[in-house]
Design a protein around this ligand. Structure first.
Ligand code: XUL
Length: 517
């Protein structure tokens, strides 16, 4: 058996797989807010941060690991686990003093992780991906390298507020003493992996690329980016490594406490998005994942490390080798829900109206579908922009508005993923709105590619389990064929007669966007 763990914003999830029978033996999660009210983080982070600061308490992650493995042990025979891998919420960082390695090596099963490891934190709270407090640091890093574009060329992204490099720089500026006392900086992913392995683990290329510090071409720390970020940073960062490489055995603490076997190994953990790429069966270029959530995301494998010339998209390592893109769109379900509420319609009306009644006008009416500030493209929109027939612009026909909103969202995605130069052969749609056939058909039509839906609950933790199996020598493609199956009768084919209409609409959408930014 292979164990995948995902330490995300709100919970720690485990998925245990049995490749021999092609089955998931067990999956469960521990919700931080619910289980650990003492951290006063109902949604997994500390509310009320000022100036865009969003931090989480890393002690909570340690308690969750003990609790989850304790519960898992009563459901499954953990002595059968051959390898553990997993993921963490991307960009979040953990700061540790020089006692960390010794504490890991000496972990005693007589007590818990929290009491033995918490004294090693040099920064009490960890900045996480929701943090937007580092605008000044992003500008300073860009200036040191000559431009934001140069940072993007090297690291795969322009300096981004939530990325780890700018966060480290802010810590160095705010509390230089604590920064200098810090011996090791881990990502959430490499931190959890280190605890499991009882030694400091490397950072994988998948999550490492979300730091504005990794040189994508060399897949090594970029010394100029390090120098622009904070002094002495090279000595504080772990090494970098490919994801599917076993790095050692699980620490005696976990053997004695939870029954893991002495030969159970630990592979590097990666970011939740790279792990989801694996868990969604999308590590081969051509298969694209679109996740419809609060924000929408678009991610896809790439052979070569191309970067977005406009600086909106990100490039991370693909755990299966090569690279992947990640593009976030802030106006996801919030925009869909805003329009739904404004029109007083329900989701099933989206289905009927988007799909059936308005198909004849596909691509004719355009909406810039931004109900608030957007990050792709970056602009402080204050509401949607409409361009089309009088019936559409007047808002008297809600069906036209629904179609234009969805088309606008997916035209925007299509245009802002062109830089990858990867031909989309199929789309795996996931997230809350993915079940809606009307929405899925618009995705298929706008991208002119078949849309598949997968019955996968925990794609990141499943991806971790598949990475663990691959690190033990199993074939990743075969594992994905077994575990990442599309739901029966869920595939929707594109209407090929709409190809020209959407080609023309994409050009018009771009012009409308240019005129309003
Ligand atoms: C990706 C990002 C989020 C987190 C969520 O850049 O910030 O998707 O990884 O856990």
């Amino acid at each position: 058996m292979f164990l995948g763990l995902d330490s995300s914003t709100q919970s720690l999830t485990a998925v245990l797989i049995e490749p021999a029978s092609g089955s998931i033996a067990c999956q469960m999660a521990v919700n931080f807010g619910k289980e650990f009210p003492q951290y006063q983080s109902p949604s997994g982070f500390l509310p009320g941060g000022s100036n865009g600061e969003v931090h989480a308490d890393p002690r909570m992650w340690l308690e969750a690991l003990d609790l989850l493995l304790n519960r898992l042990q009563s459901e499954a025979d953990l002595s059968q686990v051959r390898m553990i891998a997993g993921s963490g919420q991307q960009h979040g960082s953990v700061y540790l003093d020089d006692s960390f390695d010794r504490r890991l090596a000496e972990l005693s099963p007589a007590t818990d992780l929290l009491s033995q490891l918490a004294p090693a934190f040099t920064r009490k709270t960890s900045p996480i991906w929701m943090d937007t407090s580092t605008g000044a640091e992003c500008r300073e890093i860009a200036a040191a390298l000559g431009s934001a574009q140069e940072v993007c060329r090297r690291s795969g992204s322009v300096p981004i507020e939530r990325f780890t490099g700018p966060q480290i720089r802010r810590f160095f500026k705010q509390d230089p003493d604590a920064y200098h006392r810090t011996d090791r900086i881990h990502l959430v992913s490499s931190f959890i992996a280190s605890v499991l392995a009882g030694k400091s683990m490397p950072i994988d290329y998948g999550d490492g690329a979300g730091m504005n510090l990794l040189n994508l071409e060399a897949v090594e720390w970029d010394l100029e980016l390090l120098a622009a970020t904070a002094p002495g940073l090279a000595e504080k960062l772990p090494e970098t490594v490919a994801t599917t490489t076993a790095q050692g055995f699980v620490a005696p603490y976990f053997r004695e406490k939870f029954g893991f076997a002495a030969d159970c190994q630990v592979a590097p953990f990666t970011g939740d998005n790279p792990a989801s790429l694996v868990g969604m069966g999308a590590t081969t270029p051509g298969t694209v994942v679109i996740s419809l959530g609060t924000s929408d995301t678009f991610f896809a494998a790439m052979e070569r490390a191309r970067t977005d010339p406009k600086g909106f998209g990100h490039v991370f390592g693909n755990p299966a080798g090569g690279f992947m893109s990640l593009i976030c769109f802030r106006n996801g379900s919030l925009a869909r829900e805003a329009l739904r509420d404004r029109l007083g319609v329900d989701w099933s009306a989206f289905d009927r109206e988007a799909l059936a009644t308005t198909r004849g006008v596909a691509g004719e009416n355009l909406m810039l579908p931004f109900f608030g500030p957007e990050i792709t493209p970056r602009h402080d929109f204050t509401g949607p922009v409409l361009a089309g027939t009088p019936a559409f612009e007047s808002g008297s026909d809600s069906a036209l508005q629904v179609r234009a909103l969805l088309e606008g969202q997916f035209l925007n995605m299509r245009l802002h993923s062109e830089w990858m130069e990867v031909k989309t052969t199929s789309i795996r749609l996931t997230g809350g709105a993915a079940k809606n056939d009307g929405i899925a058909q618009v995705v298929a039509d706008v991208f002119q590619a078949p849309v598949e839906r997968l019955d996968i609950l925990n794609s990141a933790a499943l991806g971790g389990a598949l990475i663990a199996a691959a690190a033990a020598g199993e074939d990743l493609q075969q594992l994905q064929a077994t575990f990442c199956k599309t739901a029966t009768d869920s595939t929707l084919m594109p209407d090929r007669t709409l190809a020209d209409a959407y080609h023309i609409a994409a050009g018009r959408f771009q012009s409308l966007l240019d005129a309003h930014r």
